[in-house]
Design a protein around this ligand. Structure first.
Ligand code: E4P
Length: 218
C-alpha cells in the first residue's frame, strides 16, 4: 500500500519523507490556503518545493471547472516536474479532461469522488488515481469504507488499472481498514501515519529492555 501525506505543509512533508515510508503527497486548494500560499506564482513555487522534498507523486489541483481551462492549467502544472499528478474534480468537464490527459500520458488524480458510479467513470476515463473521500462520507453518517470495498470489487471485475487512493483519511484505523480492503494508496495527515507507530507494550517493553541492560552493565 502506498502512503501519501495530505498536506501542503513543508515541515510535515519533510518529516514524513525522513521516516522513509512516504510515497507521495496530495494537496488541494484548501490545504494550500491553510499554509497561506496564495497567488499563481507562489502556488507554482510551492509545488516545486514539494517536488524537491518527496520521491513520489505530488497531486496538484486545477482551479478551473471548464474543460479548456482545466487542460491549460493542467498542462502548466504537469510541465513543472514529472512527479506532478494533475488533480481534477469529478464533474463532466473533469471527466473529459481526465480522458485528454490520459491520452497524452499525463498522470491524473480524480478528486471529490463520493460514489461507486463516479469511480467507475474515472476508471473509464483512464484516471491514474481515483480519490474517494472516506472521512467526509463518515461525517454525514455514510460508511466511507464501504465505498472503498465497492470500488475494489468493480475495478477487480474489469481489471481497471486506476489506483484506488483512499482520501480524507482521518485516523490510523482508516489506514488499517483501507489496507485490509485493498486500497492501493491512502492519503492522510501526518498524525494518522505516526499513530500507526504507537503501542503501549512497545514503550513498556523498550523501557524494560533498557533498564535490564543498564542493570547488567552497572
Ligand atoms: C484528497 O486528496 C483531499 O486533499 C483530502 O484527503 C481531503 O480531506 P479532508 O476531508 O480531511 O479535507
Amino acid at each position: 500500500m502506498k502512503f501519501f501525506i495530505d498536506t501542503a505543509n513543508l515541515d510535515q512533508i519533510r518529516e514524513a519523507q525522513q521516516l522513509g515510508i512516504l510515497d507521495g503527497v496530495t494537496t488541494n486548494p484548501s490545504l494550500m490556503a491553510k499554509e497561506g500560499i496564495t497567488g499563481q506564482d507562489n502556488i507554482i513555487n510551492h509545488y516545486k518545493a514539494i517536488c524537491d522534498i518527496v520521491d513520489g507523486d505530488v497531486s496538484a489541483e486545477v482551479i478551473a471547472t471548464d474543460f479548456e481551462n482545466m487542460v491549460k492549467e493542467g498542462e502548466v502544472l504537469a510541465a513543472l516536474n514529472p512527479k506532478i499528478v494533475v488533480k481534477i474534480p469529478m464533474i463532466a468537464d473533469g471527466l473529459k479532461a481526465l480522458k485528454y490527459f490520459s491520452n497524452k500520458g499525463i498522470k491524473t488524480n480524480c478528486t471529490l469522488v463520493f460514489s461507486a458510479g463516479q469511480a467507475l467513470l474515472a476508471a473509464k476515463a483512464g484516471a491514474t488515481y481515483v480519490s474517494p473521500f472516506i472521512g467526509r462520507l463518515d461525517d454525514i453518517s455514510t460508511d466511507g469504507l464501504d465505498l472503498i470495498e465497492k470500488i475494489r470489487v468493480i475495478y477487480d471485475n474489469y481489471g481497471y488499472e486506476t489506483e484506488i487512493l483512499a482520501a480524507s483519511v482521518r485516523h490510523p484505523m482508516h489506514i488499517i481498514n483501507c489496507a485490509e480492503i485493498g486500497a492501493d494508496v491512502m492519503t492522510g495527515p501526518l498524525s494518522a501515519i505516526t499513530a500507526l507507530l504507537k503501542h503501549p507494550l512497545t514503550d513498556l517493553g523498550l523501557a524494560q529492555f533498557l533498564a535490564d541492560h543498564k542493570k547488567g552493565n552497572s
